[in-house]
Design a protein around this ligand. Structure first.
Ligand code: ARG
Length: 444
């Protein structure tokens, strides 16, 4: 293999394979962002006199061609090329000659991979936000649609008090609002430009980092070059926490779904073609989608720990195992996106059982309702509690199965409007437009 850094010695094949690892496969996902980083870096080089206008024009034209090839799916890292950074530079020099050899002034692959990852993560986070938002909207819609359908509420998995489908769907919607607060924090930390740290200690060239920050649509930069390098691992850990927050919401919802689909509950159902069968039991309609989602999302909750274990106690500066973080984060985004999309798809087809509470075993759900009625009629709470308790013991408890909850966030006052306003506020805090405008200007 010929490498950017090769002088005379050929590295042992075993060492090469071990160190390159899965880079060729994973780096493909960063290819478009590698071209974007170089589009910004070379404009900046020209602005400080390190690239003349002819070379800049050639390099810009060809980088845009490569960017478009990536978009069309016509880009591949060749078998004997180490990584995406080497591949892009190699393609440039092959196609435009000398000018291609000039673009690496004032940067390092440590620098390139940092900026590529930031751009890639920013893009992925945007997809996650959009997908979470559409799941949120569906949950709010279901909550409104079924707000009058009652459902048993449980504590200790024992029948407790009346709940409703309005509350159940709406609860997961509101949970996603808080999850996006975590994603917003991750986005803010991701959206700072590391480019210009070079190998991790800056450069003797008078790099204009403010210029690349603006060109790439970053909100600001990681100022200190040593800190910019420390951002690798740290950014991943914070993103992992954000993703795992959404995953925890989905995992809990998936568990509820599995439970409510069980014949012993039978609170919800799905059309047969969305369930899976058994090879031996002809009657089965299993909730495999929700089970796979529960498993994937539980696994995603280990991600912050995986990242922390891989990077704990690393001293400052670049270290090669940082490369392995890609193996953790890239599939995590894919898994989470799949889960968000499947949750959306399944919920579009959910049927809720409207007569759950007709079953006599749920009568006791209304014990507190009856106590409260007596309190409203002037009986002190403790006496009312005792009287209803005695009625239950003596088999004389015949509640009226209606609820009249009015306070904020209760069955009769879901506050879905307030929850939606909170979601809009979080979503509007992501400056996607600024990013999109910068990128389209760079590749125009
Ligand atoms: N594939 C490497 C990574 O992901 C790129 C940077 C290589 N830098 C180095 N000094 N060997 O970290």
């Amino acid at each position: 293999m010929s490498k950017l850094w090769q002088k005379t010695t050929n590295v042992d094949k075993l060492v090469e394979n071990f160190t390159v690892g899965r880079d060729r496969e994973l780096d493909n996902q960063m290819a478009a962002f590698d071209a974007l980083g170089s589009l910004a870096h070379t404009r900046m080089l020209a602005s400080i006199g390190l690239l003349n206008n002819d070379d800049l024009a050639l390099v810009q034209r060809e980088l845009k061609v490569i960017y478009n090839e990536v978009q069309e799916g016509d880009f591949a890292i060749e078998d004997d090329v180490e990584d995406v950074h080497s591949q892009v530079e190699l393609m440039l020099t092959r196609r435009i000659g000398e000018a291609g050899k000039k673009i690496h002034s004032g940067r390092s692959r440590n620098d390139q991979v940092l900026v590529d990852l930031k751009l890639f993560f920013r893009h992925q986070l945007q997809q996650v936000v959009n997908e979470t938002d559409s799941l949120f909207r569906l949950l709010i819609q279901l909550s409104e649609e079924h707000k009058d359908v009652l459902l048993p509420g449980y504590t200790h998995l024992q029948v407790a008090m009346p709940s409703s489908f309005g509350l159940w769907f709406g609860a997961y919607a509101e949970s996603l609002v808080d999850d996006l607060e975590m994603v917003l924090a991750a986005w803010k930390i991701t959206n700072k430009n590391p480019l210009g740290s070079a190998a991790g200690y800056g450069s003797s060239f008078p790099l204009n980092r403010t210029m690349t920050t603006e060109l790439l649509g970053f909100d600001s930069m990681a100022h200190n070059v040593v800190y910019a390098q420390m951002g690798r691992g740290k950014t991943e850990r914070i993103i992992a926490q954000a993703l795992s927050s959404i995953a925890a919401t989905l995992a809990k919802m998936a568990m509820d779904q599995c439970l409510y689909l069980s014949q012993n509950f039978a609170f919800v159902s799905y059309p047969e073609h969305l369930t899976t069968g058994s090879s031996i039991m002809p009657h089965k309609k299993n909730p495999d989608v929700w089970e796979i989602m529960r498993g994937k999302c539980n696994r995603l909750q280990a991600l912050p720990n995986d990242v922390a274990m891989m990077t704990t106690n690393l001293p400052s500066g670049y270290h090669r195992e940082l490369q392995l973080l890609k193996e953790l984060l890239f599939p995590a985004f894919t898994d989470l996106m799949d889960c968000l999309q499947m949750a959306n798809f399944m919920l579009q087809n959910i049927t809720v059982n409207k007569n759950i509470l007709d079953d006599s075993k749920y009568a006791y759900l209304f014990s507190v309702e009856e106590v409260n009625k007596a309190v409203l009629n002037g009986t002190p709470f403790r006496d009312a509690y005792k009287q209803i308790g005695l009625d239950i013991e003596q088999g004389k408890f015949n509640p009226e199965k209606t609820v009249a909850h009015t306070h904020e966030g209760s069955i009769g006052n879901l506050q879905n409007e307030q929850i939606s306003a909170a979601m809009d506020k979080v979503i509007n805090s992501f400056d996607f437009k600024k990013v999109e405008d910068a990128i389209s200007w760079l590749v125009r």
